[in-house]
Design a protein. Structure first.
Length: 318
């Protein structure tokens, strides 16, 4: 991966990942990831150290950002919420500059661990604060009931909350010359669209409709008629069209698999296959999105991970 002088200077400061303080912080982030992100956790297990520890730190930060908005959105005013997010944003900037000082005196042990682990990650990998800030902006936008009007509006939101995740992952994993960052952004949108389709009913109950109104109008449906599956033919066609949009993004971003560093190719392939299989389960039974939360069993995730590792090993031996 080509690094600019600033990134090279940051990377030259070695991080002792086995330092007891950092190791304890990473372990706390690992527990957060395992408890809160089953799909992500099983994929990350394929990542070599210390990149795996870095990803645990990043996930713990993402989880906290999400919890701040979810926990405060219904209990405080938007001004108060923005103030909380701005405080978190300021601490994030310091951590991404390699300063874990915000952990000192922090009464929240998990948050203190997150700052320590994130600062260690920022001293090791070329993270870009603008992507973390965009993610926070997307979370704040999501704090109030909303209904997406157009596909362009949905894509813009997906970029903030999901493309940024894909880009950050690729920055840690490393990549060969090529459009890896742009492809990671597309893959992130594909993942988020899969989530949006799967979580339609749950989101509607929270007064959030992410599937675009222009698509509902074109199909002669409303979010409420989709939720009640009142017109099975139209509802099925609508869901399948949404699935095809996500499939197209998976196809367009396929070159990313060959650009990510070989040691992290298994995790990318495993995560992609998990989300693709979720999407295909929905496509095989579109009405499932209004009956239950579509998921993959743990054994299937493990099998996907093992298959991804074998495929990466075979590719690397060529």
């Amino acid at each position: 991966m080509d690094l600019n002088p600033v990134e090279q200077g940051r990377m030259s400061a070695a991080v002792a990942w086995d330092d007891p303080r950092v190791a304890r912080a990473v372990d706390a982030c690992r527990r957060i990831t395992r408890q809160r992100a089953a799909n992500f956790y099983w994929g990350l297990r394929l990542t070599p150290e210390p990149k795996r520890s870095a990803m645990y730190a990043i996930y713990a930060w993402m989880r906290r950002a999400d919890d701040i908005v979810d926990g405060a959105a219904d209990t405080v005013s938007m001004d108060e919420l923005r103030a909380q997010v701005d405080s978190f944003r300021a601490s994030t900037r310091r951590a991404l500059a390699g300063d874990d000082g915000d952990s000192a005196g922090c009464a929240d042990a998990e948050l203190a661990a997150t700052w320590i682990a994130l600062a260690a990650t920022a001293r090791s990998y070329p993270l870009d604060a603008s992507e973390f800030e965009a993610m926070l902006d997307g979370q704040v936008e999501d704090a109030v009931p909303r209904a997406m009007r157009t596909c362009a509006e949905l894509d813009a939101w997906c970029w903030k909350v999901a493309s940024t995740v894909g880009i950050i992952c690729v920055r840690v994993w490393g990549h060969r010359p090529g459009p890896a960052i742009e492809l990671a952004a597309q893959r992130g949108i594909a993942f988020q669209l899969t989530n949006v389709i799967r979580d339609f009913t749950e989101d509607l109950a929270r007064d959030r409709v992410y599937l675009p109104r222009e698509d509902f109008d074109a199909a002669g449906l409303t979010p409420q008629s989709l939720a009640s599956w009142s017109d099975p033919v139209r509802c099925r066609s609508f869901v399948l069209a949404q699935c095809e949009r996500a499939r197209a993004l998976y196809r367009r971003s396929e070159p990313l698999d060959a650009l990510v560093n070989a040691d992290c190719a298994p995790v990318l392939r495993a995560l992609t296959e998990i989300y693709r299989q979720l999407l295909e389960r929905i496509a095989a039974d579109p009405a499932a999105i209004v009956r239950r939360r579509v998921s993959l069993p743990i054994w299937r995730k493990i099998a996907i991970g093992l298959s991804a590792r074998r495929a990466a090993a075979a590719w690397g031996a060529r």
